[in-house]
Structure formats: structure tokens, C-alpha cells
Write a protein that binds this ligand. Structure first.
Ligand SMILES: Nc1ncnc2c1ncn2[C@@H]1O[C@H](COP(=O)(O)OP(=O)(O)OP(=O)(O)O)[C@@H](O)[C@H]1O
Length: 659
């Protein structure tokens, strides 16, 4: 795959991706976490690249979120979803959900979300998910007792790349191979030509080692399972708590893991333990066995009356002869018994088996001496034999366990991936439940939107206190209303629902119909009047907006604040006319509805959020905009209040007539 064909991936990023194992697969799956493991790629970039790959797959031009405020609403929606994820993976993965105008992309996510919302988020699953994360590949593993050998320079380079854990050696012929076999417990020859060559030691011919990892470096598999033990077991728990089928048999995994130590070595094998202990204790056992013999001899000598002939005595005195000859003559039986005891102790202490115990005869043998000592040479031979047996045993166990684990290796990735994917789905399920969501109808042919019982989770009040809003718009309309009536919040709600719908997700409403939107242009209220330069650039923005493609949704909050009211009304009227001609859908919140209507050449619709009364001096508003209704403004309502309540209402009545 050409990485540069993914939107947003240049030469440099493509090179970075090429260094990542499984980058293609990660791109296909939208696996942000895996992509973020590429050197120097931030999570934000990884998410953008994953989205780029999705866009490419759907031939999606992108750019749906056309303004800063539109992007903010998307980020807020994403934040609400991410808060409901347990794992870091799911948080990142949720970033690949983005609003799009492309039907196939929306449908893809809608189908996925339809299953996701059916998921039951329960405590046990959430708890188990806390222990799940993406598996790590063992790093820095070195295996010293095994080497690869080849006569071919190319094979050599390939093998070095494929098996960084092992030494790879160049051998010219069988003699080199034999030499190598003396330095390593096992040598794996990679060339067919070595098949049938008769060499001492453990030499195997495996021409396709890449296909037999579990035999060539079982340590890699074992280290993977040892390192990811907790994550794998947590992933099994997730499956069990959620009642979903795992990619592997949990009993087989648990059994294999129980035979594996945390350092990646097989555990629970008595024979390996015996051999390992025997190697470790060899010197200590030899010296204790010698002490046993010497204790025996010492006691025997102490209790023995030794008769010594005069000639012997003379030779002892004159020639400084050693007492060994006396020992062998006078205490031959006792010496034999002492040596027997030493051998028995040695065999017992090291639990030597038939074959190995013969060494005891040679370790404790020779001319009688006191104190007696063990023989170093046979002890070292025994050491070599025991080490070889230990390594053979370990290798056999490793490859046995590795071949059991080899079948679980791919399913293990799937097991964890499925648990992590479940977390993504559960985040959506929880979002849908927490905010009483519904699947919106996407009206392919239609335009505008129609929301019933929409409740925004983005309000500054707790969601439980969000009052439901009904609102629908076709074409362009002005939205009037009292101060703090909820005009901005209505725009936010519309933006949120339309964005979620175009992400393919459920929306917080009792029901919603959304026409297909090509781009969302949402402009927040400007903070005060703009200077000439900023005003000009804002006008340019709108100039581009009205001359752009059809199918846009334009939400604008109090554009009048950018300049003086008289000019604002004219500018807004002009923009509305152009958008109307373009067939766009637009909602413009404004306090200048009357003036704009007067300035416009076309009939401009006006909706209104109206006050329905006063409660304890507080305005009570109907949050659902009333269609074709110019809502009275707060100043007008206050003048009206004074006109009805004042004992001298004349002045106020006059004012009221001016509205
Ligand atoms: N649907 C709703 N349910 C509950 N509270 C709401 C709702 N809509 C708005 N509010 C509350 O009213 C406050 C004011 O809303 P908002 O800022 O949207 O009003 P506005 O009409 O845009 O005001 P202004 O004219 O001053 O810009 C919000 O901060 C929120 O606390």
C-alpha cells in the first residue's frame, strides 16, 4: 500500500509508517493506538491518519466541519464519548469517528453503532477492562544457547533481521558447523545442504525458520505470553463478564500460562528443577560429601588401635612417608565405607539419576587419603553433562509449551483487540443511554432538520435539568428571542445533533430527522465589534460561504455584534438572500430580526423563543422556538411589565407602542 495515497500522509510520515510493523493493517482497522506507536507520531496525528485512511476507503472529500465553532462542537461530542471509555485504546479509537457527508461512511458507522448500543455496560466488564491494554512485543530478548548457521550471505542478512534474539553465524562447511555445535547447545542450520551432515551435538536443519518461530526461538512466544499475561487474563475476564465468545479457549490459555513463569521460562517441571538445582549445588554437594567421608574416617581412626610395625615406623620417621599407606592397610574397610558414604550423600543431595550417578564413583575414588577430597576432573565432566541435560530439558519444555502457545498467538491478539473494541462500543452504548439517544433518520433527498425532544448534554446545567427542545427548519430562518432564552443553546443542540448524525451515531433527542449536510458552518457570537481588518475578513468568509457548494448547514450566532446595528441588519439580510438562493439550510440568531426582515428582498422566516411568563421575577421561557413568530425581546417585556404595573403608565405605554 502506498502510504502517501492516504489523505494527510506526506513523504515523511509515509517513511515513519513504513517502520511500523502492521501499519497497513492498523490503517485498515483505524487502530490509532497501533499507529501512534510509529516513531515520532503523536496520537493526534495518528488519529488524523486513521481518519485519512477511512476517508480514502470511502472516497470522502472530508472538510465537513468547516469552522472553528463546528470543530469545537465535534470535540465536545467526542469528549462526552471518550469520558465513557475505560481504556486508552478506546479513547483514541473513538477519534476515528468523524462527521462525513459520504453515505457509505455514515452507513458503516450506523450499522456498527446499531450493535454497539445493544451492549450491556455492567460493572464487571468495566472492572475487567481496566486491566486490558494492547499487547506489547518483547524487546531486547537474547538467547545465548542457540545459534543460526548459514553459508549464504543473503540468508545471513535475512536471518539477522528476522531473529535478532539469536546469534547468526556464517559457516563454510561441516567442520565449521561442528565447531559451532561445540559452543552452543543447539545450532539451527538454515541451508538444505547441511541436511544429513553427521555432526556431534544438537544440530538441526530448518531451511524455513520464519515458518517455525516456535521451534527456532520459542523464547519469543514465551516472552510474549509472560509479558502480556495480566492483559490476556483481563481480556478473558472481559469476555466472560460480557458474555461474548472469546477468540481462544480460555481454559487452554490459562493452562498454558500456568506452565509459564513471569520471566518466560517454563515452570512446574520436576526434572528441569532437579537438573537446575544439581548444576547450582554441584560444588557444595561435593564438598559436603567429602566432609561426610572425613567425619566417618575421623571417627574410625579415633576408635582404632593401630599396630605399626617397627620398619614402617622407621620409614615413616626417616623418609617422611605419608600415613596413606598405613591408612590403606589398616583402615581399608573403613576408607571404603567412608567413600561409599560420600558417594551416597553426593547422589542423594543432587538427586542424581542412573547414568549420572556413575560419576559419583569417579568423583570420590583413588588412593586412600585423609582428609579425603573429591576429584575435580570427573566433577567438571558431570557439570558439563548436567548443564547439557538441563539445557536440553529446558529447550524441550520451551518448544513443547511454545507449540501449545503458537496456536494461541494470533487468537491472543484478537482476544485483546475484541475486548478493546468492546470498550469502544460500550462507550457509545453508555453515551446513548446516558443522554436518552435515538437513531436519527437521515433524509438523503431532503434538506433542513426536524428535532423533537432534543436535550443537549453540552448545556451548563446538569443533563437531568435540560429542557427538551422541539425545533425544525427548512431553508433559512432567523431565530429571535428573549435574552438567555436559549438561542445559543438551540444552535449548539442543532449543531450537535447534526454532527452526531453525520458521524453515524445516535443523537440526544426523542426523534430527529436530518437532511444530508455537505458541510457544517457554525459561527459563534463574536466578542464585541470587530476592527476594520477583522470585519473585512469576516465578510470575505461569508462571501466564500454563499458562493460555495449546496447542501450546507449554516448556523450563525448574533452576527450583528461585529459592527453597528444598522449595517449589520443589511449585511445579514444580504447573506440570507444569497443562502436562500443557494438552497442552504441556515439559522441566524439575531436581536435585529425586524430590521433584517425589512432590509431583505425575499421573505425571511423568523422563529422565536418566547417568554411565557414570570416566576418570582424570573422569565419563564418556552425553550422550543415558536415557528413564524417574532419573539418579543427582553427590553420589550420589561417595558410591558412597567406599563401594566405602574400607577402612572403613560410614559411606558408610549414606549411600548414603539416596539
Ligand atoms: N433547553 C434548556 N434546558 C435548560 N436550560 C437551558 C436550556 N437552554 C438554555 N438553558 C439555560 O439558559 C442559559 C442561557 O441560554 P443561552 O445562552 O442559550 O441563551 P441566549 O438566548 O443565547 O442568550 P443571549 O440572548 O443572552 O445570547 C443557558 O446557560 C442554560 O443555563
Amino acid at each position: 500500500m502506498e502510504f502517501t495515497s492516504v489523505p494527510g500522509v506526506g513523504e515523511k510520515t509515509a517513511e515513519t509508517l513504513s517502520k511500523l510493523d502492521g501499519a497497513e493493517d492498523a490503517l485498515r482497522r483505524g487502530d490509532v493506538a497501533a499507529l501512534a506507536r510509529a516513531p515520532g507520531l503523536t496520537e493526534g496525528r495518528a488519529a488524523a491518519i486513521a481518519r485519512g485512511a477511512i476517508r480514502r476507503r470511502h472516497d470522502d472529500p472530508g472538510g465537513w466541519l468547516a469552522t472553528d465553532r463546528a470543530r469545537e462542537v465535534y470535540e465536545d461530542a467526542l469528549g462526552l464519548l471518550q469520558e465513557r471509555a475505560v481504556t486508552g485504546y478506546a479513547e483514541k479509537r473513538l477519534r476515528t469517528l468523524y462527521p462525513s457527508a459520504t453515505e457509505s461512511r455514515i452507513e458503516e458507522v450506523r450499522a456498527w453503532a446499531a450493535e454497539a448500543v445493544e451492549r450491556e455496560p455492567n460493572e464487571a466488564v468495566v472492572e475487567a477492562l481496566e486491566g486490558v491494554q494492547q499487547p506489547t512485543e518483547p524487546r531486547g530478548l537474547r538467547v545465548r544457547e542457540r545459534a543460526l548457521a548459514t553459508a549464504d550471505a543473503e540468508r545471513y542478512a535475512e536471518a539477522k533481521d528476522a531473529f535478532p534474539e539469536l546469534s547468526v553465524e556464517v559457516v563454510e562447511d561441516a567442520r565449521d558447523l561442528a565447531e559451532l555445535a561445540r559452543s552452543y547447545s543447539t545450532v539451527v542450520a538454515l541451508d538444505e545442504s547441511f541436511a544429513g551432515v553427521d555432526v556431534d551435538g544438537d544440530v538441526r536443519v530448518i531451511p524455513d525458520p520464519e515458518e517455525h518461530h516456535e521451534e527456532v526461538v520459542p523464547e519469543r512466544l514465551l516472552a510474549f505470553f509472560a509479558e502480556n499475561r495480566a492483559e490476556l487474563l483481563a481480556a478473558v475476564d472481559v469476555h466472560e463478564a460480557a458474555g461474548i465468545d472469546p477468540a481462544l479457549d480460555p481454559a487452554a490459555l490459562r493452562d498454558a500460562l500456568s506452565r509459564l513463569d513471569d520471566d518466560g521460562t517454563p515452570r512446574g517441571d520436576d526434572e528441569l528443577r532437579r537438573l537446575t538445582n544439581a548444576v547450582d549445588d554441584l560444588d557444595a554437594a561435593a564438598s559436603t560429601a567429602a566432609s561426610v567421608a572425613n567425619d566417618h574416617l575421623r571417627d574410625a581412626i579415633r576408635e582404632q588401635d593401630v599396630t605399626i610395625e617397627g620398619t614402617d615406623f622407621l620409614s615413616l620417621v626417616e623418609q617422611g612417608a605419608r600415613v596413606d599407606s598405613l591408612l590403606s592397610r589398616e583402615l581399608a574397610d573403613e576408607y571404603d565405607a567412608a567413600i561409599r558414604k560420600a558417594r551416597e550423600h553426593f547422589v542423594d543431595a543432587l538427586q542424581l539419576q542412573p547414568g549420572e550417578d556413575d560419576f559419583a564413583e569417579r568423583v570420590f575414588a583413588g588412593e586412600p587419603t585423609f582428609p579425603t577430597e573429591h576429584n575435580e576432573e570427573p566433577l567438571n565432566r558431570l557439570r558439563t553433562e548436567l548443564k547439557a541435560a538441563r539445557d536440553r530439558r529446558a529447550a524441550k519444555l520451551k518448544s513443547g509449551l511454545a507449540s501449545d502457545l503458537a496456536d494461541l498467538r494470533e487468537p491472543a491478539d484478537d482476544l485483546i483487540a475484541d475486548a478493546l473494541e468492546l470498550d469502544v462500543e460500550l462507550a457509545v452504548a453508555r453515551f446513548a443511554r446516558d443522554f436518552d439517544c435515538v437513531v436519527p433518520e437521515i433524509d438523503e433527498a431532503g434538506s433542513g432538520f426536524s428535532i423533537e425532544g432534543g436535550r443537549s448534554p453540552l448545556l451548563d446545567v446538569p443533563f437531568a435539568e435540560a429542557e427538551p427542545v422541539d425545533y425544525g427548519v427548512e431553508g433559512v430562518t432567523l431565530l429571535s428571542g428573549v435574552n438567555s432564552g436559549g438561542k445559543t443553546s438551540t444552535l449548539d443542540l442543532v449543531a450537535l445533533i447534526v454532527t452526531l448524525a453525520h458521524m453515524g451515531l445516535p443523537v440526544p433527542a426523542a426523534s430527529a430527522r436530518v437532511g444530508r449536510v455537505s458541510e457544517l458552518h457554525y459561527y459563534a457570537k463574536s466578542q464585541g465589534t470587530l476592527d476594520a481588518g477583522a470585519f473585512e475578513s469576516t465578510l470575505r468568509d461569508f462571501g466564500e460561504l454563499v458562493s460555495g457548494a449546496a447542501g450546507r448547514l449554516v448556523l450563525v450566532d448574533e452576527l450583528e455584534s461585529i459592527t453597528e446595528p444598522g449595517a449589520s441588519a443589511k449585511i445579514i439580510a444580504g447573506i440570507l438572500e444569497a443562502l436562500d438562493e443557494q438552497g442552504a439550510t441556515g439559522v441566524f440568531v439575531s436581536h435585529l430580526a425586524r430590521q433584517i426582515r425589512e432590509a431583505a428582498d425575499v421573505d425571511v422566516a423568523v422563529d422565536g423563543i418566547e417568554a411565557v411568563g414570570l416566576d418570582d421575577g424570573e422569565l419563564v421561557v418556552n425553550r422550543s422556538p415558536k415557528k413564524d413568530h417574532l419573539a418579543r425581546s427582553t427590553p420589550e417585556l420589561i417595558v410591558e411589565k412597567l406599563a401594566t404595573e405602574s400607577s402612572d403608565p403613560g410614559f411606558y405605554e408610549g414606549l411600548l407602542e414603539k416596539f
